[in-house]
Design a protein around this ligand. Structure first.
Ligand SMILES: CCCCCCCCCCCCCCC/C=C/C(=O)SCCNC(=O)CCNC(=O)[C@H](O)C(C)(C)COP(=O)(O)OP(=O)(O)OC[C@H]1O[C@@H](n2cnc3c(N)ncnc32)[C@H](O)[C@@H]1OP(=O)(O)O
Ligand code: FAD
Length: 669
């Protein structure tokens, strides 16, 4: 846990003393409210103090033991949730701090939302209470061996048989095997299965069905159902705690009322009826989860930066030419220029995640009132933000590992496992490239409608300012001018719009729209990234403009916001220059200002990661310990490796001894 207990020494106390802001209030700004800080703190401590939830040995467990450990933790967590009568908010946080991917994530994160979003009221009444009490365990079975990104290309069939009032679920080919769903391999009793609905001889495309897979008596697969785990995955520990599964159906029958019928129905006679709603609502569960993944990105990146900042503050290498103590590696400007943008990104993703949650809730209310006007905005924002934040977070975790030097490569640093667990977020819930191309298509459509005078709305409203943004000139003359939110906003808007318009013009020159979209898809990706980065920067600026209590808190957030924006200017300078949004000199001034901001951030760095309020248990890193007492912890940790169980290793007699004896004989010749 944190320092302050009897006998504990805070090796980072000097760092904490230089902070120029109220850390306690920063915790509130980060978590969203005082209440959020308190609940999270209580749940984190509850988990950290419970021996069942220990995870320091996780990367050393063989797969079977790891999976059993996950089952044990999930069951224990549920027991605690019931015993302590935890609220939904508390229960979610408790699961978060248990910090071990498992079937429960898919049960609560996708199975339940799919039924809520696509089931009729009657279906919800029947299935949700069972799911809420864990009388059934569910997963989300969409992806197949042959198709993941292309949902419309799925092959599993659900053919209606009016004679028995049932659907017949079938996997007609090997490639139609469901492949990847988490929780499917070993734990789930039920799944929401996506399959092609066929009735009266006609294929009506993809629909969702609730299908029982395993017996509720002995957990064995039901007749006609083939089930298994798809095998070990990248890294030690990490996502291997999850039973991602394979599923095949051999003409499995389910009652008609297990088709999720909120959006469309099949009557007893086999007639297909589609409600008057957009068919994309079928993708609603993915939109919901993409939104939660953005919030998770800030958690993962803040963990990595917390480890790297604390370790960089205690680690020393080299010293002044004149002698004297060695330098903390955090004082090296190169370390700062690699690490501080990641710290700023963690804050940026936190606030854009908060905004996205608001947007999602707002859109959901509108959908309930049959207003579908914001569906496209919700799709573009969730898809784009999911793609940009997960890619930056995965790269950022790996950068933090390198920032910790050799020790970052040890499992005990926590960083290899964090990376291995996190990196599939770039793929699941929509491959990031596929999602960015969706955003780009919407941007191209918006550009093409500008000429007709149609005013873009929401996060695309800036595109309506086309006359100005296509020709404006950045007014920055000094490095300090880059501290103006208006200046920053304008260059990001101009860059995004000009890239979109240029790309749209190039597409129009292609023989066909389709060919243009295909040929220019690498450019389209960059257009989408520029637009999404504008959203993140804008939402950070808007956050800083709010009333934020606590001494120095607003100033620190403003500093982080500027670091985030100017780092992006520096990184994507080519975009800003080639679109004529700014000059090379202004680019150099931005970089100059960035250096000054890093210097201002330096004395606050440790306190800024303390504000995440993570326990040592959740961080799971000897390098990121709150007290900074890293070396004894690293040393002790090494001895826990099973390889150190005996001084002479297994295999010595068979493989080392004969070799050494042979060398001895040879040397005697
Ligand atoms: C309480 C919780 C506690 C527990 C905590 C846990 C929290 C969360 C836990 C979860 C952790 C995560 C664990 C990992 C689990 C992973 C699960 C998965 O991976 S599930 C499978 C995910 N699969 C995908 O994401 C597939 C990606 N592919 C697609 O989404 C689609 O195929 C496509 C969008 C790429 C293309 O779709 P298609 O129908 O072919 O459409 P078009 O491209 O032609 O577009 C037509 C039209 O529709 C619009 N559109 C597309 N998608 C949407 C959407 N989602 N919403 C609204 N509109 C959409 C598109 O813009 C086009 O519009 P148009 O106006 O016609 O141009
Ligand atoms: C850890 C993990 C957990 C998962 N959990 C679940 C789950 O619970 N339930 C579930 O149903 N699924 C799950 N999935 C599956 C996941 O949703 C898919 O893997 C994902 O949607 C990507 O699809 P794919 O594997 O078909 O990739 P592909 O689409 O085959 O991608 C391969 C490559 O092709 C590129 N590509 C594909 N299409 C295009 C295009 N149109 N233009 C340009 N490039 C393209 C991609 O960018 C990528 O580089 C999980 C996956 C992982 C890794």
């Amino acid at each position: 846990m944190e320092a302050g207990g009897a006998g504990e020494v805070d090796h980072l106390a000097g760092e904490r003393a230089t902070a120029q802001f109220d850390v306690d209030h920063m915790k509130v700004a980060w978590a969203g409210s005082r209440h959020a800080v308190d609940v999270a703190d209580r749940m984190a401590r509850l988990v950290a103090s419970d021996p069942v939830f220990r995870k320091d040995n996780r990367t050393m467990l063989p797969r079977k033991e790891l999976f059993k450990d996950t089952l044990r933790k999930a069951a224990h967590a549920w027991k605690r949730i019931v015993e302590l009568r935890l609220t939904e908010e508390e229960a979610n946080l408790l699961r978060l701090y248990v910090d071990q991917p498992g079937y429960v994530d898919l049960h609560w994160g996708m199975f339940v939302p799919a039924i809520k979003g696509q089931g009729t009221e009657e279906q919800q009444k029947k299935w949700l209470p069972l799911a809420y009490k864990f009388q059934i365990i569910g997963c989300y079975a969409q992806t197949e061996l042959g198709h993941g990104s292309n949902v419309q290309g799925l092959e599993t069939t659900a053919t209606f048989d009016p004679k028995t009032d049932e659907f017949v679920m079938h996997s007609p080919t090997l490639t139609s095997s469901k492949w990847w769903p988490g929780g499917l391999g070993k734990a789930s009793t039920h799944a929401v299965v996506y399959a092609r609905l066929i009735t009266e001889g006609k294929d009506y495309g993809i629909h969702g069905f609730i299908v029982q897979l395993r017996s509720l008596e002995d957990h064995s697969p039901l007749p006609g159902v083939t089930l298994g785990d798809i095998g070990g995955k990248f890294g030690s520990g990490a996502y291997n705690s999850m039973d991602n599964g394979v599923l095949r159906f051999d003409h499995v029958r389910i009652p008609r009322d297990q088709m999720l019928m909120r959006l469309s129905q099949v009557t007893k006679e086999g007639k297909y009826v589609h409600s008057n709603v957009p068919k994309q609502l079928l993708y609603g569960t993915m939109v919901f989860v993409r939104q939660t993944i953005v919030a998770d990105a800030s958690k993962a990146l803040s963990r990595a930066t917390c480890i790297a900042v604390r370790y960089s503050a205690m680690r020393k290498q080299f010293g002044p030419q004149t002698g004297g103590p060695e330098t903390q590696v955090l004082n090296y400007k190169t370390q700062q220029s690699r690490l501080f943008p990641l710290l700023a990104s963690a804050y940026a993703f936190r606030f854009v995640g908060e905004w996205l949650k608001w947007l999602y809730t707002d859109v959901t209310h509108k959908l309930e009132a049959k207003d579908f006007s914001t569906l496209q905005e919700a799709h573009a924002c969730t898809a784009g933000l999911k793609a940009v934040t997960t890619s930056a977070t995965a790269d950022g975790i790996e950068e933090c590992r390198k920032l910790c030097g050799g020790h970052g490569y040890l499992n005990s640093s926590g960083l290899p496992e964090l990376f291995a667990t996190y990196v599939p977020a770039c793929t699941y819930e929509g491959d990031n490239v596929v999602l960015l191309l969706q955003v780009a298509r919407i941007l191209m459509k918006t550009v093409s409608q500008l000429a007709s005078g149609k005013q873009p709305v929401g996060t695309m409203a800036y595109m309506g300012n086309v006359q100005y943004l296509m020709q404006c000139k950045c007014g920055v003359n000094t490095a300090e001018d880059w501290l103006s939110p208006a200046a920053i906003r304008e260059v990001f808007e101009a860059r995004a719009l000009r890239m979109a318009v240029n790309c749209a013009q190039n597409i129009n020159r292609a023989p066909s729209q389709e060919e243009g979209l295909y040929e220019l898809s690498p450019d389209l990706l960059e257009v989408a990234v520029a637009h999404i980065q504008l959203i993140i920067v804008t939402k950070f600026i808007e956050k800083v403009e709010q009333d934020i209590p606590g001494e120095g808190v607003k100033e620190q957030l403003r500093n982080l916001c500027n670091v985030y924006a100017l780092y992006l200017v520096h990184k994507h300078l080519g975009d800003f220059l080639s679109t004529g949004c700014m000059t090379a000199r202004q680019g150099a001034l931005a970089n100059q200002q960035l250096g000054k901001l890093y210097a201002q951030l330096r004395p606050n760095a440790v306190a800024l990661v303390d504000a995440f309020n993570y326990t040592d248990h959740y961080l799971g890193s000897v390098l990121g310990r709150y007290d900074g007492n890293v070396y004894p912890a690293l040393y002790d940790e090494a001895w826990k490796d099973p390889l150190n169980d005996s001084p002479v290793p297994d295999g010595y007699r068979e493989h080392l001894r004969p070799l050494l004896k042979q060398q001895l004989k040879l040397s005697r010749l």
